[in-house]
Design a binder for this molecule. Sequence first.
Ligand code: MN
Length: 499
Amino acid sequence: MTTAKSYKFWFCTGSQDLYGDECLRKVAEHSHIIVEELNKSGVLPFEVVWKPTLITNELIRKTFNEANADDECAGVITWMHTFSPAKSWILGLKEYRKPLCHLHTQFNEEIPYDTIDMDFMNENQSAHGGREYGHLVTRMGIERKVIAGYWADRKVQERLASWMRTAVGIMESSHIRVCRVADNMRNVAVTEGDKVEAQIKFGWEIDAYPVNEIAEYVQDVKQGDINALVDEYYDKYDIILDGRDPEEFRRHVAVQAGIEIGFEKFLEEKNYQAIVTHFGDLGSLQQLPGLAIQRLMEKGYGFGGEGDWKTAAMVRLMKIMTSGIKDAKGTSFMEDYTYNLVPGKEGVLEAHMLEVCPTVADGKVSIRVCPLSMGDREDPARLIFTSKTGPAVATSLVDLGDRFRLIINEVECKKVEKPMPKLPVGTAFWTPKPDLTTGAEAWILAGGAHHTAFSYDLTAEQMCDWADAMGIEAVCIDGDTTIRTLKNELRWNQMYFRK
Ligand code: MN
């Protein structure tokens, strides 16, 4: 189900006619070569489209408006090959509404020491032109990504590639629709928030349905479809009976198959890409959706527990931003559960009641049927696994009353020391950066939630850029974080973002 359009990015080169046609011919030739090579590199997730050199107010304005109108265009990459008087860009930039990148590069990597003359300098003066253009964009207060470096350098290409995914996140945010099954959990603060403001800021539509409306879709699922899906589960996953009767076990699993099919039909019909549930409000559903929600997340749906629509939308957003990544390691809803505080082995054990996405699993995934210590329904079937190791980001979007804040923590995922045979949920274990103590203190001071949208395949830079583009506060907790500087950052941000 995860889909992002086959987006394209326009490559627009800035110049002027002061140095004659020969110079402009070379400018166009150079930008053609850069676009071709970028597309051939295999590094970029989306195609770059060459556009004619921009030298006049009229053409710049026309080009940006065409970019606005083109559904396939997810952003414009601008490069100032020569000096491009920036007043020519004002009207175009003013009317432009999509993600903007300033690639601050030049065609040649090295100064041609033996041959360089004034003609060469005039033709190749990105260091000059990029500053004129950058000044204007800053003066206009336009959010954009600046990437400096040699265009053929793999690191520069990788940064451009990761910005493209951020740009798609910016474009796709307004297509996210969250289906709320029941309300937020009673008395819980951090999962609440201003849904109108979320639609203004992020474009999210967040609608509630009585649980039995979706439960009817589950009741209507044909037995044959359920049986076929259960067979698929039994083929794909290991079965851990825990001494239960195999037939009884299978009947429990079949309930989740019915939920998966019924929920997906409901979401497809009504065009929702994310869903929240609440263990305390299950209507006529026989089990808390566990395995069913895990499978839906695997297909690309966003999810948040206990009515947490903010996290559900963020999980969906991050699924879209990471779609199509080769060898992706996974993106999931998570919850901070319990600590390991042993010196040298510090970390947070992550899980949820049931709903962790199997895309993050390392190795085999199994089905177990176990009692749920909360709620009043029959024992739900769930997928269990442990997660991959390596760097990742955990994000929490909170509503501070007068604004949203996105908290982003770089974390290092690890294996727990020993198996946990009595814990029947999918888990992850990570040490927050810069260390557990500072990371946890910083997270709490920033007001971060216990629910997170988590991904191995995105970086803090991408999530910060997305927040910047949305016009909200981003607080990054990483290897450089100290409590003293973080507290000041939070105070300064409070001034900046106060309306
Ligand atoms: Mn929860």
